[in-house]
Design a protein around this ligand. Structure first.
Ligand SMILES: Cc1ncc(COP(=O)(O)O)c(C=O)c1O
Length: 394
């Protein structure tokens, strides 16, 4: 009988993937299903980026690349951040950067502070690396952001990392320079705590974006910035992300990566160089399109009795509260006790797939991705309205 390692036991398929796959199965059975559950831009990868990949293939860039990344991509990332190439590791997506850093630095029982709601993979990557996730509940009352008081109260002698994500998946919350500086004022007093700042949505931001490293240069010697091309350049399938941090940390992460995947795909790295150094006009136009979609979705959701939705400052998700519909009954008499009940009902009743807040560590909400065409978003809000209108108040 197969024995699963303790490291992996308990790590389930992500609820986002389970819901998206469930929706696809329903569609295959002939149901009218609309999934607004995935965090993937619906735009194509820019043509000049695809052309650079083709050129790289023709030029024979098809052999093992250096483990840490190609010279060209490391330099392009370093130039953008004002650091040296030795401060950069290129990996197979931002996800691998996260795996590298926690595998490289956590010992059993080491703690990582994660503000919730959080991207679902964080806690699984931390636990696979032997660490312990310490979740801090950050509700709508603080704009889904952590306060300096909360941070200080959560730090223990075992705390090794604070994992920040701005703009946030799933809430879209963006920390201002002042808010980051207030967190830094706590962190300077705890030298054992390093900061991993996941900024994968930095270019999809409707308020001024400030990187943690920019806002808090005094903590540069213990800050890792995580980013990549997946979201802003619509390159989710190319699997290129990077980490920027102190050379000593980057070296340890390269050692991990060298034994797992080696360097990231050489062709995708050439494409990423074109994304970073070539024409950037798609970024502003797509961010404007995302913003218009956000406005449409937020106002449509706030029209639905029992649903409240703040306008997020970045990324392409809304994270509305569904507290106002809990306690009501579905047309077939089932009581809605939780966000998961609500999302399951909406899927069964109208064919709309959305993800319950519990998947992100903050029940009572749901995540709807607006990285979809406007007509699908309008259709999704109508379906949600129909589902709520059919509920019976007990
Ligand atoms: C907050 C956050 N970080 C990292 C990632 C992973 O990015 P990549 O596609 O570069 O692995 C995602 C993808 O959904 C994300 O939402």
């Amino acid at each position: 009988m197969l024995k699963i390692s303790e490291r992996i036991d308990g790590i389930a398929l992500s609820e986002i993937v389970a819901i998206s796959e469930g929706a696809a199965r329903m569609r295959a059975q002939g149901h009218d299903v609309l999934a607004l559950s995935t965090g993937e831009p619906d735009f194509p990868t820019p043509a000049h980026v695809c052309a650079a990949a083709f050129e790289a293939m023709k030029a024979g860039q098809t052999r093992y690349p250096p483990t840490a990344g190609t010279t060209e991509l490391r330099q392009a990332v370093a130039d953008g951040a004002g650091v040296k190439a030795g401060n950069v590791i290129v990996s197979t997506g931002a996800k691998q950067v996260l795996a590298n850093v926690f595998l490289a630095t956590l010992n059993p029982g080491d703690e990582v502070i994660v503000p919730a709601p959080y991207w679902t993979s964080y806690s699984d990557i931390i636990s696979m690396s032997g660490g312990k996730t310490v979740l801090l509940r950050c509700g709508a009352e603080t704009g889904f952001k952590m306060t300096p008081e909360q941070l200080e109260a959560a730090i223990t002698p075992r705390t090794r990392w604070l994992l920040l994500n701005s703009p946030s998946n799933p809430s879209g919350a963006v920390y201002s320079a002042d808010e980051l500086a207030a967190l830094a004022a706590v962190l300077v007093r705890f030298p054992q705590v390093w900061i991993a700042s996941d900024e994968i949505y930095d270019l999809i931001c409707y308020s001024p974006f400030v990187s943690f490293a920019q806002a808090c240069p005094a903590l540069a010697d213990r800050t890792l910035t995580i980013n990549g091309v997946s979201k802003a350049h619509a390159m989710t399938g190319w699997r290129i992300g990077w980490g920027i941090g102190p050379a000593e940390l980057i070296k340890a992460m390269i050692a991990v990566q060298g034994q797992i995947t080696s360097g990231a795909c050489s062709i995708a790295q050439a494409a990423a160089v074109a994304a970073l150094t070539g024409d950037q006009s798609h970024i502003a136009s797509r961010a404007a399109e995302f913003r218009a979609r956000r406005d449409t979705v937020v106002s449509a959701l706030n029209e639905i009795p029992g649903i409240t939705c703040a306008a997020p400052d970045g990324a392409f998700y809304v994270f509305p509260s569904c507290h106002g519909v809990l306690g009501q009954k579905t047309p077939d008499g089932r009581l809605l006790e939780s966000d998961a009940d609500f999302c399951a009902y909406v899927l069964a009743f109208t064919g709309l797939a959305i993800v319950p807040g519990r998947a992100f560590g903050l029940p009572g909400h749901f995540r709807l991705s607006y990285a979809y065409a406007l007509r699908d978003l309008q259709d999704g809000c109508l379906r949600l309205n129909r589902a709520v209108a059919a509920l019976n108040v007990c």
